[in-house]
Ligand binder design. Structure first.
Ligand code: CAA
Length: 256
């Protein structure tokens, strides 16, 4: 069975649906591999300018597949090379929007945090319950959560395994937008569609600089920003956009 479905519902936007509803979209090794293949392929697909990733109404993803890893040794875990699967998502320069309904737990919460924008349904729940299983997050949970919502709220979630509602997550800065449950995917697609209408090289540079800059001292990050900003003056789309503004026309971007 295909564990990740690819849909192209509108121009330049790819929708990836996790498809293990019977297991609350738990991230099995096969699913993680399929996700990686989709991201690698969409990363170099010029017809794709934004990616929405979602699950179903009950679960975005309930984390790594506990049944698949219950008997695993450290060497077997390491041999899976899971970091390559996550790298395919984190290194993708196309904007990624996580559309979250239901549970986003463990690796599911980490997957949502690989998104650049998170749209959550009112009933969504976020959490890193790994501690309850005697393990800990391994795909950025201790780092991305702490950086998103701060040490004290993150520590409470990480150390107790407690969940956060969509409204709490929004107030804490983990979620970009909360919408009614049945509007999550449409709201995410609408944002993706707006981004897809922007000049792709500008979008990619903004994503690259915003994310890389978070790990750099301010001076170095500002230098990176300045250089990338200058570079965009060499693009065809900058000429198209500025000319359209002056001539009061709607621009169509070439991606060059
Ligand atoms: N792995 C494997 N199977 C899972 C699963 C998971 N993470 N989450 C749910 N399932 C399976 C259940 O075993 C169950 O299967 P059966 O029908 O065969 O019994 C099915 O999905 C439905 O689950 P529930 O009956 O439990 O559904 P629910 O709606 O009552 O509860 C839930 C949903 C709160 C998500 C609950 O299933 C749950 O707590 N799941 C585990 C969440 C978790 O601990 N995630 C962290 C995993 S570790 C991790 O992610 C870290 C890492 O990367 C290494």
């Amino acid at each position: 069975m295909t564990t990740v479905l690819l849909e192209r519902k509108m121009p330049h936007v790819a929708l990836l649906r996790l498809n293990r509803p019977e297991a609350r979209n738990a991230l099995s090794p096969e699913l993680r591999l399929e996700l990686r293949e989709h991201f690698l392929s969409l990363s170099c697909d010029d017809t794709c300018r934004a990616i929405v990733i979602t699950g179903d109404m009950r679960a975005f993803a309930a984390g790594a597949d506990i049944k698949a890893m219950a008997d695993m040794t450290p060497a077997q875990m390491m041999a899976q090379g899971d970091e390559q699967n996550w790298a395919a998502i984190s290194q993708c320069l196309k904007p990624v929007i996580a559309a979250v309904n239901g549970y986003a737990l463990g690796g599911g919460c980490e997957l949502a945090m690989h998104g650049d924008i998170i749209v959550a349904g009112e009933s969504a729940k976020f959490g890193q319950p790994e501690v309850r299983l005697g393990i800990m997050p391994g795909a950025g949970g201790t780092q991305r959560l702490t950086r998103s919502i701060g040490k004290y709220r993150a520590m409470k979630m990480l150390l107790t395994g407690s969940t956060m509602s969509a409204t709490e997550a929004h107030a804490a800065g983990l979620v970009s937008e909360v919408v009614p449950d049945d509007e999550v995917v449409d709201a995410a697609l609408a944002i993706a569609s707006r981004i897809a209408a922007m000049p792709p090289l500008a979008v990619a540079e903004i994503k690259r600089v915003a994310l890389s800059g978070m790990d750099l001292p301010l001076d170095a990050a500002l230098m990176l920003e300045r250089r990338a900003a200058y570079l965009l003056f060499g693009t065809e789309d900058k000429t198209i956009a500025m000319r359209a503004f002056v001539e009061k026309k709607t621009p169509t971007f070439s991606g060059r």
